[in-house]
Design a protein around this ligand. Structure first.
Ligand code: PLP
Length: 497
């Protein structure tokens, strides 16, 4: 399997080269040139496998320069039972009205980012070996909360890597901050920025493009790499859980082979829902992919306004912060495929986005997108109402991001009358967004955020995830705060790790 950039498909690279680089030299995103198809034999084989086996099986179709043995070993380590609390890595919970909650948050940091970031360190270090890269990979991460902790947890004490995370000093929840600042490991550094998430992200981009910095790191035997969802190594593992969940539905007799399902995903950077789109291209029988957004509904407008993407609008801070984003990077990959891999068309659209903050997709390309997708959005008040209703009527507790998807799906069902069974991606533990969840179900907040875990347990009878409960009394290791202008100077901290 070969990979090309969305903006220039003339140069083909291996999966290992795509994963090691993270992003293509022309600024485009690496994409597989074809989609492997799932055969009857694949379905038979996967029916007998656990999650680890299925994940290795799906990865093997895309990462053809990795051996089956390597991938099985990586999946066994990444999805080890003790890391996910049980052997059911991604449980599927059936609720009323044909809703199936795909719980992707049983990993060590309690958000779905673990599903990819537990295996990415294995894929990345193996990729470096395969391309004979001997320098230490320095992974820089800008985060609004979930990615930072998941990347720290995945990469801490991994040989041949160092990881540095930048978060906005006042832009993450107290729980997310504590998760990051108490991170253990000899190769990790966490820095708070005086500024917002966009400042943190632009600062990291500045480091990536600063040739002097890169040369200095090279002299010290270091190179830069990325752990966000522009890296193909983060997307590929996400395809596996949609296929695996369909296997679960088959094995339980919920559906027959070939029956169609919908998949509804709470969306920010468009990575998680793009993985479902790729699963569909492989032959997973998906009727509609439903894209759910919060009040930052730039994607809802894109799908409803015939492919007009316009980020020139107010940015809102919502109760689902991991979806507060106006530039959904992975939409670029969808445009690449929907245009029949027209790299120059994609490059032109991305140029427009950079210059004018908006672009219009051609009618024939948009027609290909419209056939696969539906979209909707939901504000904070409706998010709260959805958490409350789901808890009171079905005794199912969900976090704010998941609630956005549940609400958008329910609206979709009423609007279209479509009763196809629908998988809803449940992306974070409700305990990770305690405050909003407690307020939604009518509890009283306490001052300290770790104590909120007990409040939610008392209200619901549900146990808090062990990794969050373990934060109680942990002392922060990292307290450095820098002005956004001084970020470049923090790169020297990598030398001391
Ligand atoms: C990252 C995140 C999302 C958005 O996922 P994308 O792949 O960026 O679309 C949704 N929910 C939670 C809890 C997240 O951490």
């Amino acid at each position: 399997m070969e990979y090309v950039s969305t903006r220039d498909k003339s140069r083909r690279v291996s999966a290992a080269a795509a994963i090691a680089a993270g992003i293509a030299p022309d600024g485009g995103l690496y994409c597989p040139v074809t989609f492997p198809k799932l055969t009857v034999d694949d379905w038979h084989a996967m029916a007998r496998m656990d999650y680890k086996g299925r994940a290795a099986h799906i990865l093997g179709k895309f990462l053809t320069d990795f051996s089956a043995g390597e991938l099985a070993d990586f999946a066994a380590k990444a999805y080890a039972d003790e890391k996910f609390g049980c052997s059911n890595t991604a449980p599927l919970v059936e609720l009323a009205g044909g809703k199936y909650m795909l719980e992707l948050w049983h990993g060590p940091t309690c958000a779905f980012k673990d599903m990819a970031l537990q295996i990415l360190p294995h894929l990345l270090t193996a990729s470096l070996r395969k391309i004979n890269e001997t320098r230490t990979a320095c992974i820089l991460v800008a985060t609004s909360g979930d990615t930072g902790k998941a990347a720290l947890d995945g990469f801490h004490d991994v040989d041949g890597t160092k990881i540095m995370v930048y978060y906005p000093e006042n832009g993450v929840s107290p729980m997310q901050k504590l998760q990051m600042t108490t991170q253990e490991g000899a190769n990790v550094e966490v820095v708070a920025i005086r500024g917002n998430f966009d400042d943190a992200q632009s600062a990291v981009k500045r480091i990536f493009t600063d040739s002097e910095t890169r040369a200095a790191l090279d002299r010290d035997g270091m190179m830069l790499s990325s752990a966000n969802s522009i890296n193909w190594g983060r997307l590929a593992p996400q395809i596996a859980y949609y296929v695996s969940a369909y296997c679960d539905m088959l094995c339980r007799g919920d559906i027959k082979h070939g029956d169609r399902i919908n998949i509804c995903v709470p969306t920010g950077n468009f990575g998680n829902i793009l993985a479902a789109y790729i699963a569909k291209q492989m032959g997973l029988p998906i009727h509609k992919l439903i894209c759910a957004s919060n009040r930052n509904n730039v994607l809802t407008d894109f799908f409803r306004n015939n492919g007009l993407y316009d980020k020139n609008r107010d940015f809102y801070t919502t109760s689902s912060p991991s979806m507060d984003i106006l530039i959904s990077s992975n939409l670029e990959r969808l445009l690449f495929y929907a245009s029949g891999q027209d790299d120059s068309a994609v490059a032109a659209l991305m140029d427009k986005l950079r210059g004018e903050g908006r672009y219009q997709v051609a009618a024939d390309i948009f027609a290909n997108i419209a056939a696969d997708f539906d979209a909707g959005c939901c504000d904070d008040a409706l998010t709260t109402e959805t958490i409350k209703t789901l808890w009171e009527q079905e005794r199912y507790l969900c976090d704010t991001h998941t609630a956005v998807a549940v609400r958008v799906y329910e609206d979709y069902r009423v609007r279209t009358g479509d009763t196809t069974p629908t998988m809803i991606a449940s992306t974070a533990s409700p305990f990770k967004f305690c405050r909003a969840v407690i307020e939604a179900i009518g509890g009283t907040l306490e001052r300290d955020d770790v104590s909120q875990l007990d409040v939610l347990t008392r209200l619901t009878g549900l146990a808090a995830p062990a990794p969050l409960a373990a934060l109680a009394g942990k002392a922060p290791r990292f307290g450095r705060v820098v002005d956004k202008e001084d970020i470049l100077s923090t790169v020297s901290l990598l030398r001391e790790l």
